[in-house]
Design a protein around this ligand. Structure first.
Ligand SMILES: [Zn+2]
Length: 130
């Protein structure tokens, strides 16, 4: 899929820009609300690393759980992925905003909340060889 390749390219370009070319471990946190195929992303990262002259030993792709914040009462809560049914997971994978159809603030019941974490790439870290 094009999406994973575009993402992989921006990650590789980013780490190269930071001056990292000899990497022991690349760790990327991916929000589970993003429809990313980790197998494809992993493959794309490795292919593109080679293409861009970045040595990449190990890739670790970590799921990041959704963190939500109520805009009415300020309550913050996260959703345990194991509590998300497959139907819902599929729906919100395609359209993260679909989450509003399934969840409301557990404290005040509001549907007016923000997705603080759980979409896109939230963290990229690298361990480099000395
Ligand atoms: Zn609330």
């Amino acid at each position: 899929m094009v999406h994973e390749w575009a993402l992989a390219e921006s990650i590789i370009l980013y780490i190269k820009q930071q001056g990292y070319v000899n990497i022991k471990k690349l760790r990327v946190c991916i929000g589970v609300l993003q429809s990313i195929d980790k197998e494809i992303l992993n493959y794309a990262l490795r292919e593109l690393a080679e293409e861009y002259g970045v040595k990449l030993d190990k890739v670790e792709l970590v799921d990041e759980y959704p963190l939500l914040k109520c805009n009415v009462c300020g309550f913050m809560w996260s959703i345990n992925p194991s509590e998300i049914s497959d139907d819902v997971r599929e729906a919100i994978h395609f359209i993260p905003e679909a989450i509003y159809a399934y969840y409301k603030c557990p404290r005040c019941g509001s549907l007016d909340y923000s997705i603080v974490k759980g979409r896109g790439i939230s963290e990229i870290s690298v361990d480099v060889h000395e």
